[in-house]
Design a protein around this ligand. Structure first.
Ligand code: PLP
Length: 387
């Protein structure tokens, strides 16, 4: 009987872990991996500790604690005036990562095609692979990371089943405009496509720019799976509490997969996120204001150093063109920066399925600004900025 062949080896260790390892090895400032070097509010931690010392240590309902789903329903209503029922439209997952995985498993079959904007978050190809489906890239146009309705049309084939939209967008920091979102919505409706929106950076939008949720656009709520997470909003990326909002017929499928993937997410941490969702509105304003300051600090420093970029409207990333500084290919440049300048970044080519893609071949790296001011300043000083 032959041993089964290795199946997932093409996915290896993610670049985020590799660059963090390299940062530690070379004593570099880690502006690579997208996790804050500070934690969310103490009262959230206290609530989780209290839950753990109390009665929240056994399996939660597979779909999530009822109170958490109620609070998510209220928050969504408040932020976007769309009502989702806690009973059959909201589900709690172990992070947006698990929600994405379950979405791919629930809806796609071998041969199905899913349109996605490149560059894109690195777990999407793994989701497609797990379901035998294929990602079809629409490349955002450099230097402003935009697209046109014609770009969408060109990606369409008879096998297209869905479009996956990440806004605010990792890695570029774009927050797609109402016009761009409406173009996607019209395209989805005209071709009867499912829309998956990855909104994990929903609260990190700057300069009072409006954030357009797909599910708020005419006729879109019932063909959209909204995926989000507590990770970035509450600076608790290690807790892995994510969630979906989707109409009952889609939620039913998602819940079926989730039930046999992890069954339920950590019960006391779900209780902790209930406390997070009870924070006053001022929390979100402060979060945005603090991140906007960090963004401006990093952007000013990078500009002084000669990097070129579109200033991010959201997320905690800047994708910067370093072509005036170096001609090295991006993976080599990232290693060089880590080893000699002591600053770790992510090479942007990893956000493309095909490294031959035009934007992947250009000279871009991603900096993360989810770090305290001192760390950002230390990174910029290592790069040679006058701070
Ligand atoms: C675009 C995007 N989607 C999903 C995730 C994963 O979220 P979670 O930590 O909740 O699994 C991330 C994390 O970096 C992300 O950047």
């Amino acid at each position: 009987m032959p041993m089964p062949k290795a199946k997932w080896s093409r996915f290896g260790t993610s670049i985020f872990s590799l660059m963090t390892q390299a940062a530690n090895k070379h004593g570099a400032v880690n502006l690579a991996q997208g996790f804050p070097n500070f934690d969310g509010p103490e009262e959230i931690k206290e609530a989780a500790i209290k839950a753990m010392k109390g009665d929240y240590n056994q399996y939660a309902p597979s779909v999530g604690l009822p109170r958490l789903r109620e609070l998510l329903s209220s928050r969504m209503l408040k932020t976007s005036a769309v009502k989702y029922s806690a009973d059959d439209e909201i589900t709690v997952f172990s992070g947006a990562t698990e929600a994405l995985f379950c979405t791919f498993q629930a809806f796609f079959n071998p041969g199905d095609e899913i349109i996605v904007f490149a560059p894109f978050f690195d777990c999407y190809p793994a989701g497609a692979f797990s379901s035998g489906s294929k990602l079809v890239e629409v490349q955002l146009r450099t230097p402003d990371w935009t697209f046109t309705a014609e770009d969408l049309q060109r990606a369409l084939t008879p096998r297209t089943k869905a479009i996956l939209v990440n806004t605010p967008h990792n890695p570029t920091g774009r927050v797609f405009t109402k016009k761009e979102m409406t173009d996607i919505a019209d395209f989805a409706k005209a071709n009867d496509l499912l829309v998956i929106t990855d909104e994990v950076y929903e609260e990190l939008v700057y300069d009072s720019i409006p954030f357009t949720r797909m599910s708020t656009l005419d006729g879109m709520r019932d063909r959209t799976v909204v995926i989000s997470s507590s990770a970035k909003t509450f600076s608790l990326t290690g807790w892995k509490i994510g969630y979906t909002f989707a109409p009952p017929h889609l939620t039913k499928e998602l819940r079926a997969v989730h039930q046999f993937t992890v069954f339920c997410s950590a019960t006391p941490l779900q209780a902790g996120i209930c406390a997070a969702l009870e924070l006053p509105e001022a929390y979100y304003g402060q979060l945005r204001a603090d991140y906007q300051k960090r963004r401006d600090l990093l952007c000013n420093g990078l500009t002084e150093l000669g990097f070129k970029f579109r200033k991010p409207e959201g997320t905690y990333f800047v994708v910067a063109d370093y072509s005036v500084i170096s001609n090295l290919q991006d993976q080599m440049f990232s290693l060089w920066l880590t080893e000699t300048k002591k600053v770790a970044v992510i090479p942007t080519s990893v956000f493309f399925e095909n490294p031959e893609d035009i934007a992947a071949r250009q000279r871009y790296v991603r900096f993360a600004f989810c770090k305290d001011t001192e760390t950002l300043k230390a990174g910029l000083r290592n790069l040679g900025a006058n701070l």
